[in-house]
Write a protein that binds this ligand. Structure first.
Ligand code: DOR
Ligand code: ZN
Ligand code: ZN
Length: 428
């Protein structure tokens, strides 16, 4: 199991350096100007970049229970096609992943499928019902990397406090889907000018902001880290920025759709624009970008939420919330953040690899000797049109169909094994 990646550009602060990367026994064994080895597999990366394997700390793989939308095999294929060497999957499956057995099942399936690394996230409360804490300690023992009731907020603040304390004892962080369930009150889009025009029920920003503020308050009072999922509002970004300034241990993520789209796109009632939290307004989109730039938002995740055609081919009010994202995230992020000059390529690598690894204490995010050989090879000069019919995910629900983007994943290497190339597709 030896692999020599030839002439890859490695991103460094302020530029890049051209190197050979020699991989042995699943680890990076050498990085040098020119490595000579006989008899090993060669991957010519001339004109391409080698990045530390991308990590998506927020995906929905749907198995068990919703295999019509996605399963662990198709979700893993989509992940490696998108350049991800590790993903973390949310527990809103059927049954909900709220026990050590549920966590073990995902680990077992990950080993069977053996494409990207899959880190299970356990539920905060049993059945994600917000009433009783799940067996957080046992899930930690079985390999859960975090806990979350994503899809819902834990509305009971005392329950959330106990969850944070309990999880913290096992070194796990709570990942908070911030939505005041009473205030969101059936809203399907952002409340504002466009929701009025469209005649659709809206959610005001406070739906999200109130819960962001609560998580910050809990984190600050308890001295326990917290993580805010998919930030979308300008006011939420500001709450996190101010909290970080005071020294609160809060981290945050956003998704490509929140820095590329506004709720203008809901006006044609295409249900592929329906997502929770909803697409907001230009002031929010710009604030999310500013948050990514100044470090208020620590990482980019996809919130990959595959749904069937049937789930989406219905009226706007009843359609399922969510977009697939694994196969578009890198190109959208590269095109709209790096190519536009908003952030450096090095910063994008932090947002999509280094920081998620740090936040969840994952072994990854580094391209250095001794590290696991989790490597993503990309061609940033390659332009392509997003075509959902080519996705390896079962989900086709994306608002980005037909978009022209730059940046193509050429190969995805996990523990030194090539799991995807753009010529051969996924290896399983
Ligand atoms: O749009 C969303 N889809 N938001 C969520 O919070 C859940 C997710 C899903 O599971 O479909
Ligand atoms: Zn969520
Ligand atoms: Zn989610």
């Amino acid at each position: 199991m030896e692999l020599l990646i030839k002439s890859a550009a490695i991103v460094e602060d302020g530029g890049y350096a051209k190197k050979d990367i020699y991989v042995k026994g699943g680890k990076i064994a050498e990085i040098a100007d020119a490595v000579k080895k006989d008899g090993c597999e060669i991957l010519d990366a001339q004109g391409q970049f080698a990045l530390p394997g991308l990590i998506d700390m927020h995906v929905h793989l749907r198995e068990p229970g919703f295999e019509g939308k996605e399963d662990i095999l198709t979700g893993s294929r989509a992940a490696v096609a998108g350049g991800f060497t590790q993903v973390c999957c949310m527990p809103n499956t059927l049954p909900v992943c709220d026990t050590a057995v549920g966590v073990g099942y995902i680990k077992y399936r990950q080993a069977q499928v053996n494409l990207c690394k899959i880190n299970p996230i356990g539920a905060i409360t049993k059945g994600q019902e917000g009433k009783q804490l799940s067996d957080i300690g046992k899930m930690a023992g079985a390999g859960a990397v975090a806990i979350s009731d994503d899809g819902k907020s834990v509305m009971d603040s005392q329950m959330m406090r106990l969850a944070m304390e309990y999880a913290n004892d096992f070194g796990l962080r709570c990942l908070c889907h911030c939505e005041d369930a009473n205030l969101s009150d059936g809203g399907v889009v952002n409340e504002g000018y466009n929701s009025c025009l469209a005649g659709l029920r809206g959610q005001i920003r406070a739906v999200e902001d109130i819960m962001i503020a609560r998580e910050i308050c809990l984190s600050e009072s308890l001295g326990i880290p917290t993580h805010i999922c998919h930030v979308t509002t300008h006011s939420g970004v500001q709450l996190i920025r101010e909290a970080k300034k005071r020294g609160v241990k809060v981290t945050a993520e956003t998704c490509p759709h929140y820095f590329t789209l506004t709720d203008d796109v809901i006006l044609d009632y295409n249900t592929d624009t329906k997502v929770n939290p909803p697409l907001r307004e230009e002031i929010d989109r710009l604030a999310v970008i500013e948050g990514l730039k100044d470090g208020t938002i620590d990482c980019i995740v996809t919130d990959h939420a595959p749904h069937t055609k049937k789930d989406k081919e219905t009226e706007y009010d009843t359609a399922a919330f969510g977009f697939v994202g694994l196969e578009t995230s890198f190109a959208l992020s590269y095109t709209y953040l790096v190519k536009t000059g908003i952030i450096t390529f090095a910063k994008l690598v932090e947002l999509m690899s280094t920081n998620p690894a740090k936040i969840l204490n994952l072994n990854g995010g580094k391209l250095e000797v001794g590290a696991p050989a989790d490597i993503t090879i990309v061609d940033i000069e390659k332009r392509h049109t997003i075509d959902p019919s080519k996705f390896l995910s079962k989900g086709r629900n994306t608002p980005f169909s037909g978009w022209e983007v730059w940046g193509d994943v050429r190969a995805t290497i996990v523990d030194g094994e090539i799991k995807y190339t753009d010529e051969k597709g996924s290896v399983v």
